[in-house]
Design a protein around this ligand. Structure first.
Ligand SMILES: [Mn+2]
Length: 351
């Protein structure tokens, strides 16, 4: 049996929400969250810590590798297996290659897939690091474990068109017992109990919604017992407000304020205003945008025109002619949209 912790896409060094007052704090919290995983490894003493790509957001400095290596030295009984991802990909001069790593650190350094064998745990761990920003080849498809008696684990990074597209089912069919994957920031099972996309350890971008954290569990030839452990320095939420023509600015400010009050402090928000608004009203949303933990507010509002009134107001103009002509068409969704877009354009409003 092997016990392991699995993380991916830590993106150390990233500065999320640039320009926001909490940006720097979030950068530090991402380092903190990585240290918290090391602390978990210290108390749980797993056999392995799998890091499946994009530990750093960009090419790491030697100093940054020193910080990471010092943490790895705090867990000498845990073997750290690290695949380098597309963000911090290996280059001939990468410090990853020359850094004097602690003895418990195993970095996949070759351009082709390789395997670290651990006979004492009857486990073999396969992986390949990125030497380029993009790898479009399906590198994992042709990969088969050398010894079917071992607990065979693949550390994968990718899953979209530009980054080693793969199917977890296919890898498992090739004889692997477990796939620990990274790259896609929203985590979850790719194949229940057998293949997991870790998700980023913390959200990197305000569109990385939902919980983030690490995975821990045990693995035998017969199956896995693996669970997700959230780390909650920051969780982004997208929330929408249904606006109607009578909605006031105060109502919107109160909604945002209540949201911040009711929801836990680790939640940050992107707000969206949906629905119809009085075409003469321009909301000033700066009060909301200046609130703590509000990333931004986006209006997705459709003006609620009174076409009869407009026709009277603009009698004899192109606008009146347009409204009249659209009124003689069958009144389906397309006509209504065309009417709205046309009137917007003629009035010089933008949606
Ligand atoms: Mn990646």
């Amino acid at each position: 049996m092997v016990k392991f912790i699995h993380i991916a896409d830590v993106h150390l060094g990233v500065t999320p929400d640039t320009g926001k007052p909490w940006s720097k704090r979030r950068q530090r919290e991402i380092w903190d969250s990585f240290a918290e995983v090391i602390a978990a490894a210290k108390s749980e003493s797993p056999d392995f810590l799998f890091i499946t790509g994009d530990l750093f957001h960009a090419q790491p400095l030697k100093k940054e590798l020193g910080e990471v290596d010092a943490l790895f030295r705090e867990i000498p009984d845990t073997k750290v297996l690290l695949v380098v991802g597309n963000h911090d990909y290996l280059r001939p001069k990468s410090y990853y290659l020359t850094y004097p790593w602690a003895d418990n650190v195993y970095i996949f350094k070759r351009e082709e897939a390789e395997c670290f064998d651990f006979p004492e745990k009857n486990a073999a761990v396969y992986g390949v690091s990125y030497w380029r920003r993009e790898i479009r080849e399906r590198l994992y498809d042709g990969l088969h474990p050398a010894d079917n008696g071992r607990i065979n684990i693949l550390l994968a990074h990718g899953g979209d068109d530009g980054h080693i597209p793969f199917s977890a089912q296919r890898i498992l069919q090739n004889g692997f017992d477990y796939v620990a994957a990274g790259h896609i920031h929203r985590g979850g099972w790719l194949a229940e109990g057998r293949a997991v996309m870790a998700g980023s350890l913390q959200p990197v971008d305000c569109n990385d919604v939902g919980p983030h954290g690490y995975w821990m569990g045990t693995l035998t030839k017969a199956g896995a017992q693996v669970h997700f452990y959230p780390i909650r320095h920051c969780e982004y939420c997208h929330e929408a407000y249904e606006v109607h023509p009578k909605t006031t600015e105060r109502e919107l400010v109160e909604w945002a304020g209540e949201l911040l009050e009711k929801r836990p402090e680790y939640q940050y928000f992107r707000l969206f205003l949906k629905g119809r608004k009085d075409p003469d009203i321009v909301y000033d949303l700066s009060a909301i945008e200046e609130m703590e933990r509000i990333v931004d507010v986006t209006e997705q509002l459709v003006p609620d025109y009174d076409y009869e009134k407009l026709s009277e107001e603009y009698a004899g103009s192109l606008l009146e002619a347009y409204i009249g002509r659209m009124g003689r068409k069958p009144q389906d969704v397309r006509t209504k949209k065309a009417l709205e877009y046309g009137v917007n354009a003629l009035l010089g409003h933008k949606l």
